[in-house]
Design a protein around this ligand. Sequence first.
Ligand SMILES: [Zn+2]
Length: 89
Amino acid sequence: MLSDRRDFLVRVRCCGTRYYVPDDLIKVFGDCPVLLLHERIRKCEDCGSREFLQVSLDYPTAAERAEIRVRRLMEVKTYRRPIWRDESA
Ligand SMILES: [Zn+2]
């Protein structure tokens, strides 16, 4: 589960490479097995495809971490959408 991997970074590769903190992904996708992350992320933020999307765990050294830019979650917006149905008056 992601919560067991808090010391790691999640690396998502497609057009480029992005790194995420497990706690941020838990807020968005729930605490899921790392193997299911590929299903939940669904598509590349850049090209919109999932064909070449690769998701893996990375445990960078301190020196490597200093070079990595991590994509952090700012907020999760919830949209209200009305659902209508027709009834007899
Ligand atoms: Zn892409």
